[in-house]
Design a protein around this ligand. Structure first.
Ligand code: C2E
Ligand code: CA
Ligand code: CA
Length: 845
């Protein structure tokens, strides 16, 4: 799992919790909502039905009385045959008495009239209570329809309507030919008020003839009052409309007559869709896309964000009415507080859950805090910040357990860290600082301007090898103690390598101080060290660093090492660091890289210097001397690379190349007849090579490859380097001779070798170093070292070669001493194989 896809423990715990909460909340909401819906539907149906029922009852009684009035009047006229052509006065008085007695209190009934078959009209119109206007058209007057101010004919006339013919009115026409009373269509009145009117009409029949029609007008606007009363008490909007969807009455106030829109003609009743009330409009939207119901039609609509429940039911009666009652109520009006309290309870629930979650988070944080602070502390520890604050256990069992366990672990880690850093900073053997310890301790100083002395024990490896490692360690401890006893007060002391110690004086030291310190150190090694049974004399070399412009002890130590190795090489025992030394050692490093490449490129070749029989001057052999033919630097002398190659171990590879080429050359020389069959090939062998275990195998391989007989080959080993009497070395020398190869001791006399020790070595030839040849003169010829060596080896069956013969005098003296063989510039300088034979003019005598 990558870090990105990880979630926090908090999320892992809280998230499912919140999800469950949301699910539960959602389900409850859904169920509640469904219940609520169900209930809302149920309540709305009941409420609306009840309302409609009220309206229906009211409407029944509203319409019943006018209908009753027209029937009563028509019956009365029929019964008493009150109608005489051109005389409606009998009807007039009957009408007046009925109206004033029976119908005065019927507010919706405001007009009762009779139209005769000959075009007469008599009617009473209610103006105020007990005050009627008489409307009359008979033949007596011939003026048209006259409307009087009172119920009597007088000069007090309100208005006159010319050319009025009742038989053409909408309430007369439908009844022509029928005998049943019925409702007229809704129309606007012909009088000056032009009110929306519905008339109950009843025919007057006798003599098998329609005599006329009684009409009782219902002022529909009065029904609006009832409806708006209902709206006030129930909050419901109620409206009546007919089959053409034109409004008849409504509870919302305002006229139902169009005052001129694009759709409706002026004076016409409004369509429900034209109502000024948005709720009625919304129901019209619905009924326009759905058929009008034969029974109940329930639906809902949305008006201005509020939901309305609608009920539309047909309203019919036996007298030809086919209307519809529409009732609509808003959700608020219906359920009122319930809706709000429902919403409030949701809000409350949400609020409580929110608070719950916050408290939960808070509590959870408290729980998690020890874990997070433990993690942080662990991070600090990982960064090596050992002094960072450890987490505190909280109040929870498990996390406290974790924190305590962590703190225990951190404590023991801290302890082992301290232990390790102690081990790192101090040398376990001598209890002095280690190299790191010295560097770290000096890192705390602002600047380093004191003096550093490195003490290197000479030939410590030799001591270790001959006395054993335990004794070696013991010796180091004793040396450390001597150093401590001498300098503990004034200097920092460290063991910086196997056999190297460092003494750093932090205070600036004068030259005198330094030589004083050097003297005290040399004093430490002036007397032998007592190691149990033995007393051991040891020597030390000193490398001194002063006035170094570096605040870094590592640099001081590196320069100290350079000075120390310089001291060892020069056998000067004390060496002060100089920047040039660094150059030398840097050159060495560069040289090493070059040598390594030169080995790969096979740039090392042998040059041959003849070895001659001094007596006869005959060439009996040659010494192969390494030359480096560098394509960039030209011919390089072995003096420049042999010692570096020996230090680094590259000498083996170089030696192998030289030996192999020399063997091949010799075989070729013999084959060419250039060299005799018993030609002595001398090749130098480094002690490094001699210490190698697989040297013998390599020699065998080379001899085999080159086909050079072993007894043609002599290996030269420098005598002074042989002092370490390493068992492998001696064994290898033996094995070399067993192969049939001869061994020559090179540079004999330069080492400290005693002649007694020489007897232990297996060898076939001694090469006397050229320093002794140089010193030869006639006066003390017999006492010369050359003479001593020749005498000493008489009867030992070894060859003697005098090296470095440069003059004929030297050659002459050696002849007198019976030195058998010689080598030197007198005869020839070393030359490449191809240039052989050389000019050997001086030899033959
Ligand atoms: P070395 O083995 O003692 O070789 C003789 C050195 O003396 C050679 O120096 C030679 O050129 C020089 N020499 C010969 N005759 C005279 C003379 O009359 N006067 C003077 N002044 N010098 C003379 P070179 O060739 O420079 O070699 C130096 C040393 O390098 C050798 O000393 C030998 O120790 C080492 N060396 C050379 N080649 C090899 C090699 O292949 N392997 C190893 N391990 N060492 C080698
Ligand atoms: Ca040699
Ligand atoms: Ca030599």
């Amino acid at each position: 799992m990558t870090l990105n896809s990880q979630i926090t423990l908090r999320t892992a715990v809280i998230l499912p919790f919140i999800l469950i909460f949301l699910c539960a909340f959602g389900v409850i909401t859904m169920v509640q909502d469904a219940n609520y819906e169900e209930m809302a539907k149920d309540i709305s149906r009941k409420q609306l039905s009840a309302l409609r029922h009220n309206v229906e009852l009211e409407l029944d009684s509203f319409l019943y009385k006018p209908l009753q009035a027209s029937l009563v009047l028509s019956h009365s006229i029929e019964l008493h045959r009150l109608y005489q052509t051109h005389d409606v006065s009998a009807i007039q008085s009957a009408m007046l008495s009925k109206f004033s007695q029976l119908y005065n209190s019927v507010s919706q009934l405001d007009n009762v009239g009779f139209g005769g078959k000959a075009g007469e009209y008599v009617g009473l119109r209610k103006e105020t209570a007990d005050n009627y206007s008489l409307m009359l058209q008979d033949n007596l007057h011939h003026q048209g329809l006259v409307i009087y101010q009172t119920h009597e004919v007088s000069n007090n006339i309100r208005s006159v309507i010319k050319n009025y013919d009742p038989r053409l009115r909408p309430w007369y026409k439908p009844l022509a030919g029928t005998e049943e009373p019925r409702w007229s269509a809704i129309y606007a009145n012909a009088d000056e008020r032009q009110e929306v009117t519905l008339s109950s009409i009843a025919p007057v029949h006798y003599n098998n003839e329609l005599q006329g029609v009684v009409v009782a007008d219902v002022k529909l606007s009065t029904f609006n009052d009832f409806l708006s009363q209902q709206q006030n008490s129930s909050g419901a909007i109620i409206y009546l409309f007919d089959e053409t969807k034109r409004l008849i009455a409504h509870s919302t106030g305002g006229s139902i007559i169009s005052w001129g829109t694009e759709h409706s003609l002026k004076g016409q009743r409004l369509l429900t869709s034209e109502s000024s009330n948005a709720v009625i409009q919304s129901s019209a939207d619905y009924t326009n896309s759905h058929p009008l119901p034969t029974e109940n039609l329930l639906f809902t609509s949305n008006v201005e964000g509020e939901r309305y429940f609608h009920l539309i039911t047909p309203y019919t009666d036996h007298n030809g009415l086919s209307w519809y009652i529409g009732v609509a109520i808003s959700e608020h009006g219906l359920l009122g507080k319930m809706l709000e309290s429902q919403q409030n309870s949701w809000a409350m629930g949400l609020l409580i859950s929110g608070i719950g979650i916050v408290i939960g988070l808070f509590a959870f944080n408290r729980v998690v805090m020890p874990i997070t602070s433990t993690a942080n502390a662990a991070k600090q520890l990982a960064q090596g910040n050992w002094d960072s604050e450890l987490p505190k256990p909280g109040n929870i069992y498990e996390t406290s357990m974790l924190v305590r366990a962590f703190n225990d672990m951190a404590d023991s880690l801290k302890a082992s860290f301290e232990e390790i850093s102690f081990q790192l900073l101090y040398d376990s053997l001598t209890k002095l600082y280690s190299r790191e310890g010295l560097v770290k301790t000096c890192g705390k100083f602002e600047q380093l301007n004191g003096c550093l002395v490195l003490i290197g024990i000479n030939k410590f490896r030799h001591i270790n090898d001959s006395m054993g490692h335990l004794s070696g360690d013991q010796l180091l401890v004793i040396i450390a103690e001597r150093i401590k006893a001498t300098f503990a007060e004034e200097a920092l002391l460290a063991r910086i390598g196997g056999d190297e110690f460092a003494v750093y004086f932090p205070q600036p030291q004068s030259n005198q101080d330094v030589s004083l310190a050097v003297g005290r150190i040399q004093q430490m090694f002036a007397s032998p060290y007592n190691m149990g049974k033995e007393n051991v004399i040891i020597q030390a070399s000193l490398g001194i660093v002063q006035d170094l412009d570096s605040a870094d002890m590592t640099t001081w130590l590196r320069n100290g090492s350079i000075a120390l190795s310089n001291a060892k090489q020069e056998q000067a025992s004390v060496s002060h660091y100089k920047p040039e030394m660094a150059d030398i050692s840097r050159n060495k490093t560069r040289m090493l890289a070059k040598i390594k490449q030169a080995i790969e490129e096979q740039e090392f070749v042998p040059y041959y210097q003849p070895i001659v029989d001094i007596q006869s001057g005959e060439v009996i052999g040659a010494e192969a001397l390494a030359r480096w033919l560098s394509p960039t630097d030209g011919l390089i002398s072995p003096l420049e690379f042999i010692s570096i190659a020996e230090e680094s171990g590259f000498i083996s590879a170089i030696g192998r190349q030289i030996l192999s080429k020399a063997c091949h050359d010799t075989v070729e020389g013999i084959e060419q007849g250039k060299w005799s069959h018993d030609f002595h090939l001398h090749v130098n062998l480094s002690v490094n090579q001699l210490a190698h275990t697989d040297l013998i195998f390599e020699l065998e391989t080379i001899l085999e490859e080159s086909k050079l007989p072993a007894n043609n080959l002599t290996l030269e080993i420098t005598e002074s380097r042989l002092v370490d009497n390493d068992p492998v070395t001696i064994r290898n020398m033996q094995a070399i001779r067993d192969l049939g190869i001869q061994i020559a001791i090179d540079d004999f006399g330069t080492g400290y070798s005693s002649l007694a020790y020489l007897h232990k070595l297996p060898f076939d030839c001694l090469k006397i170093d050229r320093t002794f040849i140089n010193k030869l003169d006639i006066q003390n010829l017999e006492n010369s070292i050359v003479a001593a060596v020749i005498n000493m080896t008489q009867g030992m069956k070894v060859d003697i070669v005098a090296e470095g013969i440069e003059t004929t005098e030297q050659a002459e003296l050696l002849k007198q001493l019976h030195c058998p063989q010689g080598q030197g510039f007198l005869y020839s300088r070393p030359v490449p194989f191809e240039e052989w034979p050389t000019d050997l003019v001086n030899m033959k005598s």
